[in-house]
Design a protein around this ligand. Structure first.
Ligand code: MSP
Length: 513
């Protein structure tokens, strides 16, 4: 008997190994990481995959420009992607390189299957081709009579005797898929785009190249390598154990492929068609996010707007980095990065709303109770009731993460952070102390520290460093990473007698001079 799917499987695109990571790439990876950590916090077994796309003409050209052979080139570039993941504390479970033998072998097996089933044939094709996209365009798609619609650079005319994939055969099955699973592509507007594209009729697509050899060899045709997009898309199954039935059965189909909108057609049209052709289940969802813009332009290496994540992490810290993009930009839409807005978010949401709160509460516990969490012996009333309503906003709101609506989830979580600030003001523990109301004071402080405990749990997917630092200050002892929702966010779970410490402030003032 084969195993049943029991794993939440999430992927990022695999990044071209000709490039150094910039904040546009990190955007997808961080979002995927937050979702992965969120699902783990909810008790799921998670498989989170990322990696690098190392074949194809574009990579071969980048290697040639540097005067090194392609394998050496990709071996040299690869560590930069691992560095980026470490820098941003990405918790991927695997990292696939398309030059890995485990990948190339399975690509060949999969493609052999398409061949055996009669879905591949040879023909000569001539057409406009963009090397940067590694793809053909039709004349109508070109801009200003001859420019690639994505890169706005002149295309080449490429004639090749190639193997072709019978994509046209799958048009009806694809339309049927979109109708039966309207969530297959999100946001919804993107599904409409894809549907119109398929409804207009599909041409077969070329599946091999013979003009260069940097790719996975076609087993039955010496001198040909598979078209890099076939090779690349297949990473999602080769890395998850395709061909090894148990692991694969537990993971596949992927729950969500996170991608940028520029590679939607490959994922929402070609990819499910390839899988259908091989008799493999299609993924559950493709989510296409928007572009990060800098000064109104798509951020990228080529237009000199490229910003490395390290530049921002150095100034704002990695927690703020992880928080900022997801809080500031609606996932699915384009959004503008600016230093000023990042600085504003840092100050308002992190340093003031959260950092000061932690400081203030722990200072009071320190000076009024020797740092020991008191027993809440006083009565509770309206301020507690309001606080728990705010907590419900946060815990309900965070479920938006499952819809990739990080902005909503974080806004709702900060309703609770502000709610705790309001609670402190409403209860005025300094006044309770002055009035000698120690029962009231103890209830107030217990409630505040309990709220900080819940905040530490709820920020964990987005800001793991701050969550751990806060957790350590609370002196609770349990392993934060072992906690699960909903139990961990239930009020009143803070142990009386825990020894809190003030320590360093969580989000120190920025030096913005
Ligand atoms: N190698 C292919 C993907 C193959 S997946 C089977 C590729 N690589 S890429 O490195 O060019 O791009 C990877 C991802 O980064 C894409 O999803 C792309 O949308 C994203 N981004 C690159 N620049 C971006 C921005 N400025 N903003 C947001 N994301 C952008 O395509």
């Amino acid at each position: 008997m084969t195993a049943a799917k029991d794993t939440f499987y999430i992927t990022t695109p695999i990044y071209y190994a000709n490039d150094v990571p910039h904040i546009g790439h990190a955007y997808t990876t961080v979002a995927a990481d937050v979702l992965a950590r969120w699902r783990r916090l909810n008790g799921d077994r998670v498989f989170f995959l990322t990696g690098t796309d190392e074949h194809g003409q574009k990579v071969a050209q980048a290697a040639a420009d540097r005067g090194v052979d392609p394998q050496r080139h990709v071996d040299e570039i690869n560590p930069r992607w691992h560095d980026m993941n470490r820098l941003l504390r990405i918790s991927n479970d695997d990292f696939i390189r398309t030059t890995d033998p485990r990948h190339t072998k399975r690509v060949q097996e999969f493609m052999q299957r398409l061949y055996d089933r009669g879905d591949l044939y040879t023909a000569t094709y001539t057409g406009p081709y963009c090397v940067r996209c590694e793809g053909y365009y039709t004349i109508e798609e070109l801009l200003d009579g001859g420019l690639c619609p994505i890169h706005r650079k002149p295309v080449e005319r490429l004639e090749q005797e190639n193997w072709f994939f019978r994509l046209s055969r799958y048009a009806d099955a694809l339309l049927d898929l979109y109708d039966r699973h309207p969530d297959f592509v999100r946001p919804a507007a993107r599904l409409n785009e894809v549907r119109s594209f398929v409804a207009a009729g599909l041409d077969d697509i070329s599946a091999s190249r013979s003009a260069f050899d940097w790719g996975v060899p076609v087993p039955w045709e010496p001198g040909h390598v598979f078209y890099v997009w076939f090779d690349a898309l297949l990473n999602y199954i080769t890395a998850s154990g395709y061909g090894d039935s148990d692991e694969f059965a537990r993971r596949w189909p992927a729950d969500v492929h996170l991608i940028g909108k520029d590679i939607l057609r490959f994922h929402a049209v070609y990819w499910p068609a390839m899988l259908m052709a091989a008799g493999v289940e299609v993924p559950r969802q493709i989510f296409a996010h928007g572009f990060l813009l800098v000064g109104g332009e798509k951020m990228g290496k080529s237009n000199a707007t490229g910003i490395a994540p390290a530049q921002l992490v150095e100034h704002f810290g990695r927690d703020c980095y992880r928080y900022y993009f997801l809080r500031e930009i609606s996932f699915g839409h384009d959004g503008t990065f600016s230093w000023e807005s990042m600085s504003d978010r840092y100050t308002a949401d992190l340093a003031n709303a959260l950092g000061n709160l932690v400081n203030r509460v722990l200072n009071m516990v320190g000076s009024y109770c020797d740092g020991v969490v008191p027993e809440p012996t006083g009565a509770t009333g309206e301020p507690e009731a309001r606080l728990f309503e705010d907590l419900a906003v946060a815990t309900d709101g965070l479920e938006a993460f499952d819809r990739l609506d990080f902005q909503r989830g974080l806004a709702d979580l900060w309703t609770f952070v502000s709610g705790v600030n309001r609670y402190v003001e409403a209860r005025a523990p300094w006044a309770q102390r002055k009035a000698g109301d120690s029962d009231g004071l103890h209830t107030t402080l217990y409630t505040c520290v309990d709220a900080l405990r819940i905040i530490a749990v709820l920020i964990l997917p987005v800001m793991p460093d701050a969550a751990e630092a806060l957790w350590a200050k609370l002196g609770i002892g349990d392993d934060l990473h072992g906690l699960r929702l909903p139990r961990a966010a239930t009020r009143g779970m803070l142990p009386v007698g825990a020894r809190t410490t003030r320590g360093d402030v969580l989000f120190p003032r920025l030096d913005d001079t």
